[in-house]
Design a protein around this ligand. Structure first.
Ligand code: SF4
Length: 233
């Protein structure tokens, strides 16, 4: 009902953008999964488990999935639960995280997050953006990722890929990921919210690499202003 109302209230421009989003999603669904992007390994290690999704989120800051995933695996072998993390000596935790950028700071974040979980949330991972962002190392993007993958909630997680590609495709015209999240939520049909992050991240990791995009095999080049402009030159 809500969705019907918002569609009835939408402007012709929003309707056009929604139509465009649907076409892009349809095309990316056919291509992205078969390219086996690194985000697949992240899903595999997270197992939709709230503790794992939280830890992977904190460790993934400014680190590529390819580097983050092996460290996450090592960490879950040693500390399978939040309680294990709480008891872990900081030096041991730092040693486990070596190999990932900012590992000392991330070790501190994990320790402090475990302390807050037991002090304020009964040892459970919270399920709102407001509570999740009380944990160190958890911003809005990670909070949304946790809501999607651990709690199956409808939301849009905007990382650098989602922000960059949404602007590149002229779905939005925004300066910050927060703005992008807000604008995407106006034009992406709610049933697609959870999937948008996966499709655009997987696409950014495999085809639309910011430094070296593989435009020749891009399945959505017809929607890319940059490509169309280059073609005309
Ligand atoms: S055409 Fe190139 S730059 Fe445009 S979306 Fe596709 S890969 Fe990215």
């Amino acid at each position: 009902m809500k969705q019907e109302q918002s569609q009835n209230n939408s402007t012709p421009l929003k309707r056009r953008l929604t139509h465009k989003v649907k076409k892009i999603v349809k095309k990316l669904r056919k291509v992205v999964p078969s390219l086996n992007p690194p985000i697949h390994q992240m899903f595999e290690v997270q197992k939709n488990d709230p503790y794992r999704v939280l830890v992977c989120g904190i460790l993934s800051a400014r680190s590529k999935d390819e580097k983050t995933v092996p460290v996450c695996r090592k960490l879950f072998e040693k500390y399978p639960t939040a309680e294990d993390l709480l008891k872990a000596p900081i030096e041991e935790l730092e040693e486990t995280l070596k190999g990932i950028g900012l590992y000392r700071q991330k070790a501190k974040y994990l320790k402090r997050a475990a302390e807050i979980l037991f002090k304020e949330f009964n040892g459970k991972i919270p399920s709102t953006v407001e509570d999740l962002t009380k944990l160190p190392g958890v911003g809005r993007k990670i909070a949304n990722i946790i809501l999607i993958h651990a709690f199956d909630q409808d939301t849009i997680a905007v990382d650098t890929h989602v922000h960059r590609i949404s602007n590149l495709l002229r779905l939005v015209k925004t300066k910050t990921p927060e703005e992008t999240e807000r604008e995407l939520k106006k034009i992406v049909p709610r049933p697609l919210w959870k999937e948008i992050n996966y499709l655009l991240v997987g696409f950014g990791q495999t085809i639309c690499n910011p430094q070296k995009p593989k435009c020749e095999i891009c399945p959505i080049k017809e929607f890319c202003q940059e490509y169309q402009t280059k073609e005309k030159e």
